[in-house]
Design a protein around this ligand. Structure first.
Ligand SMILES: NC(=O)c1ccc[n+]([C@@H]2O[C@H](COP(=O)([O-])OP(=O)(O)OC[C@H]3O[C@@H](n4cnc5c(N)ncnc54)[C@H](OP(=O)(O)O)[C@@H]3O)[C@@H](O)[C@H]2O)c1
Length: 243
């Protein structure tokens, strides 16, 4: 088995890849814009799990390179983990459009751009699983994070549609909705609804693949917390300033 991690330095992506390496003896490709760091991560993972791991250059924002990036991969992966993403500061993104655009370009357009050639290949082969890491943030727009949330809401709906399209071919799409997972992306921030340990997130993603799930939350409690967040009436949400 071969697993491709898009955003190969993502801590959640690496935690999930490690599960595939340990439990399936999968080889891993870490596709990253920071090759030096990805090569270091590849060395660590290969040594720890006794599988082959290598790094490939990949920039989610370089849309024009994506088709060729995937065409050049040989062999092709069995599992793709879409793990890249950015979380820009909401207040700054309200003032500086380039930051808002960077969020949408990276999290949504970058995903569409790279996943379309992959989906076409999986569809034609009738094989393969795309695991898209979206976010619970996309389930409800809130003042503290609505630009990031919009990019993730778009990604979640995109993954829903891709799953529907690929279903008859045998290829699969899994949507992962993490809550707060302590990684470098959220360093300096506090968990509003509780945190999910990184290792648990990795295990949950692997289990979702193993069990053929379509959409999962990471961490045991997040499904219930989000049911409450979604159910809060709009007139109440408008008066809650700390979320
Ligand atoms: N941690 C959480 O609480 C949380 C919650 C919900 C959803 N998520 C989502 O989970 C995914 C993984 O995040 P994480 O927590 O593992 O954070 P992370 O460790 O910061 O990983 C995000 C990765 O995305 C990569 N990236 C950003 N822009 C890129 C680009 N243009 N091209 C290639 N790679 C790019 C970064 O690469 P560099 O190393 O080169 O900077 C970084 O390694 C993200 O989509 C995030 O939105 C995270």
């Amino acid at each position: 088995m071969l697993v491709l991690v898009l955003g190969g330095n993502s801590e959640i992506g690496l935690a999930a890849a490690e599960q595939f390496a340990q439990k399936e003896k999968a080889d891993i490709i870490l596709a990253s814009r920071n090759l030096e760091k990805a090569r270091e991560q590849a060395r660590i993972l290969a040594k720890r799990c006794k599988v082959t791991v290598w790094a490939e250059p990949f920039d989610a924002l370089d849309f024009d390179s994506h088709r060729q990036f995937y065409e050049k991969l040989d062999p092709k992966p069995d599992v793709v983990i879409l793990a890249f993403g950015v979380l820009n500061n909401q207040k700054e993104a309200q003032k500086v459009f380039q930051l808002a655009r960077n969020t949408l370009d990276s999290n949504l357009l970058g995903a569409v751009s790279i996943l379309e050639p992959i989906a076409a290949d999986f569809e034609q082969r009738g094989h393969g699983t795309i695991i898209g890491i979206s976010s619970v943030a996309g389930e409800r727009g809130r003042q503290s994070s609505y630009i990031y949330a919009a990019s993730k809401a778009g990604l979640t709906v995109y993954l829903d549609g891709l799953r529907h399209r690929l279903w008859p071919s045998g290829a699969r799409v899994i949507t992962v909705l993490p809550g707060f997972v302590p990684t470098k992306m959220v360093s300096g921030r506090t968990a509003k609804f509780g945190a999910t340990p990184l290792k648990t997130a990795g295990k949950d993603i692997y289990k979702a693949w193993k069990k053929g799930r379509h959409k999962i939350y990471t961490g045991a409690k997040m499904r219930w917390i989000m049911a409450i967040v979604r159910a809060v009436p709009e007139f109440l949400l408008l008066r809650m300033r700390n979320i």
